[in-house]
Design a binder for this molecule. Structure first.
Ligand code: CA
Length: 424
């Protein structure tokens, strides 16, 4: 696949610092506003945001299949409804306009001022209308660890796990943007299995290191998307912290699965990095044994190498990195997840969010939740300020970052950071 905007040789006339998450080859989409103005669609470049509403009004996007309302919008959905090929054309055109070799926009200093906003001067918004949110459970190490902790190391994976990309329907209303705090949830829990349950704030608040993908409009109800077609239905990805209250979860989850231990909040990073921008970072996935059913078979490299990290920042002190993982540790890839999700005829819509499930690598420092890092609270992690953590405390900020890197090109996701406030 030859995607023009991915050319590693491309350089921009907009200054991009070494090690920036947002070089020319990235061009992720988000929704931003500056004081006194309405939210609109933008693209990150270096430390700036390219304002697509103003860019359109100045006539620079005339040869693309888009209209003003696609960018003069508080969410990305109208733009995304134009589909994968249109989005590729748009990204290529933006790349052309930002290229150091193209004079069109570069030479009009007054217009440049109208279309470039410093990220520091902008507020980022939840960039999508998310109709439905699905959470998978697709990292083998995570599923194995949880199986060991709650069941039996000899039968850690349930019999269906290697046959089905296990998932459940989450709640989209409580997906929040990076920077928004969460309140420690309250609920029923049963700390002593010999005693009746009690009610109160969770004592076992946890993060889940995940990545999520966002879909384009799917097919009508009754149709399926194959693993081969799946790429055409995936717009892009973001970082995703799927907050969990382990004590509430542990008491409620039988027989119907996650509910109040999960649906109080999930935090997402503000920039959607297109699947197109991630194509150069594809890698082979694990050998799937036992062999999967034909509808889950796939061809080519469908996994993606993305370095991930989680840090905890106690209030007023520096952060401590508690996990380094990688998106390539997924057992099931996005194509298989989407094929499985729709194999029964379930429809997907533009802006649906599909999270990976906690991404844990094989080494202890690669575990993607405090549940695993503290091994269910049996050991603690030392913070740089001298305090210790088994789970997340009030006023802690949890920060996740991620980037793919190859041939001198770094495609970053920025970060998702949320502070935990005491229970209301
Ligand atoms: Ca999850």
């Amino acid at each position: 696949m030859n995607i023009k905007a991915n050319n590693p040789e491309l350089k921009s006339w907009v200054e991009v610092a070494e090690g920036s998450d947002f070089p020319m080859q990235n061009l992720p989409f988000g929704v931003f506003s500056v004081e006194g103005d309405t939210p609109r669609v933008g693209v990150a470049i270096g430390e700036y945001i390219l304002d697509l509403k103003n860019l359109f009004e100045l006539g620079y996007l005339e040869d693309t299949p888009f209209e003003l309302a696609d960018f003069d919008a508080a969410v990305l959905n109208p733009m995304m409804l134009k589909g994968k090929l249109s989005m590729r054309k748009l990204r290529d055109r933006i790349s052309e306009l930002l290229s150091v070799e193209n004079e069109e926009l570069q030479k009009n200093k007054e217009e440049v001022k109208q279309v470039l906003v410093r990220q520091d001067d902008a507020k980022m918004h939840l960039p999508l209308y998310i109709g439905d949110y699905t959470d998978f459970y697709s990292s083998e190490q995570h599923a194995y660890n949880v199986g060991c902790l709650f069941r039996d190391p000899n039968n850690a994976l349930l019999p269906n796990w290697k046959h089905i990309p296990v998932g459940y329907h989450g709640r989209s209303s409580s997906i929040i943007i990076s920077g928004e705090p969460i309140y420690r949830p309250k609920g029923q829990k049963r700390p002593n299995p010999e005693q009746p349950p009690v009610f109160g704030p969770t004592n076992l608040l946890d993060f889940e290191l995940e990545m999520a993908f966002v879909t384009f409009q799917g097919k009508p109800l009754g149709n399926s998307i194959t693993t081969e077609e799946a790429d055409d239905y995936i717009f892009g990805m973001c970082l995703f912290n799927d907050w969990s209250a382990r004590d509430i979860q542990g008491w409620e989850y039988v027989p119907l699965g996650p509910f109040l231990g999960k649906n109080f909040a999930s935090s997402m990073s503000p920039w959607i990095v297109t699947l197109d921008a991630l194509e150069p970072f594809r890698v082979p996935g694990p050998v799937q044994e036992p062999k999967v059913l034909p509808y889950l078979e796939y061809e080519g490299d469908k996994h993606i190498q993305i370095n991930l990290e989680v840090a905890i920042q106690p209030e007023g002190t520096e952060e401590t990195v508690v996990s380094n993982s990688n998106y390539q540790y997924m057992y099931w890839n996005m194509n298989q997840q989407l094929a499985h999700h729709t194999v029964n005829g379930c429809n997907i819509n533009c802006g649906d969010m599909m999270a990976s499930g906690t991404i844990s690598g094989p080494e202890e420092h690669e575990y993607g939740s405090m549940l695993e890092i503290s091994w269910k609270g049996t050991k603690s992690v030392k913070m740089k300020d001298g305090t210790e953590r088994k789970f997340i405390l009030d006023n802690d900020t949890v920060i996740m970052r991620g980037y793919a890197e190859k041939n001198g090109v770094r495609i970053g996701f920025g970060e998702v950071a949320s502070k935990v406030l005491p229970a209301k």
